[in-house]
Design a protein around this ligand. Structure first.
Ligand code: WAQ
Ligand code: MG
Length: 259
């Protein structure tokens, strides 16, 4: 069993409506603690149903990953932050139109007006066309986790910069997998948690550009957009994002931006 990892995934809902999801990719010895952490997360949301799935993953299929460099900005104004995000997307090769379309969709509710998706939009980086087949679910990045010691090392590194929230660490890991996908130019994300205003633009050249105020406090909308190079075949890309096991073994740098 030595070279087997396990995918631990949780999905909590109430009256059939999604509340919370979490997942990890862990060695056998850590299954119980990973499942416990997922369950604790689920129970914070008063669910009436929790699904916990634990599946073996052969180590030979696991892709080795590295976190993107984290660039810290200190912009406090939401409009300025959104302008900066658009600028970063354009620098990453996304057209102005595609960047603007995606940002507007996240701001208005990407599933339908006022409603967030469970996963990410796929956006054609040139035309801005929405490419995902299901606007409620979108594409769910899954089967990613941390190699031995990497999560703790990441926590310590982030703490030195005052970033202790689990969301930052998890978003970095998710963005690492998204950026490793062939055909993805960039990602735009901010949380749907009304109290969590931070978001980011991630790209291969620009790293993970963190914007602490990408939305106003109290705003319940958020989501993710993955910008796809035009003409890509989607099934292998989606398969990689959803199914290929991906383990972070190396951290990136943290680069405080001069202000
Ligand atoms: N795959 C694809 N999309 C997802 C996934 C996933 N596994 N999980 C969530 N999403 C989408 C979905 O539309 C959610 O509504 C949206 O992302 C936001 O999810 O401090 O916490 O879990 O640097 O609320 C970003 C900033 C935090 C972190 C993002 O996202 C930082 C966050 P949340
Ligand atoms: Mg959320």
């Amino acid at each position: 069993m030595d070279n087997v990892y396990f995918s631990v995934r949780m999905h909590a809902s109430r009256s059939g409506v999604h509340l919370s999801g979490a997942e990890d990719l862990v060695p056998e010895a850590d299954i119980a603690s990973a499942a416990q952490a997922c369950l604790q997360r689920a129970l914070q949301h008063q669910p009436d149903a929790v699904r916990l799935a634990i599946d073996p993953v052969p180590a030979a299929t696991i892709v080795d990953g590295r976190l993107p460099d984290l660039v810290l900005t200190a912009i406090t104004d939401v409009e300025d932050s959104r302008r900066r995000a658009l600028d970063a997307l354009v620098k990453a090769g996304v057209s102005c139109q595609a960047a603007a379309v995606a940002m507007q969709a996240l701001a208005e509710g990407a599933a339908a007006p006022g409603r967030v998706m469970r996963g990410a939009m796929l956006v054609d980086a040139e035309s801005g066309a929405r490419l995902e087949h299901d606007r409620e679910r979108g594409v769910r990045v899954s089967h990613f986790g941390w190699g031995a010691g990497a999560r703790d090392a990441c926590m310590q590194l982030l703490q030195r910069h005052g970033l202790e929230h689990f969301r930052t660490r998890e978003a970095l890991a998710l963005a690492a997998k998204v950026l490793a996908a062939d055909g993805v130019l960039a990602e735009l994300c901010w949380s749907d948690d009304p109290q969590y205003t931070a978001g980011y633009v991630a790209s291969k050249s620009g790293g993970y550009l963190r914007l602490p105020h990408l939305k106003s406090a109290g705003d319940p909308l958020g989501g993710r957009a993955f910008f796809i190079a035009p003409g890509r075949e989607l099934p292998p890309l989606i398969d990689f994002l959803e199914k290929t096991p991906f383990l972070i073994s190396a951290l990136g740098a943290i680069i405080p931006e001069n202000v």
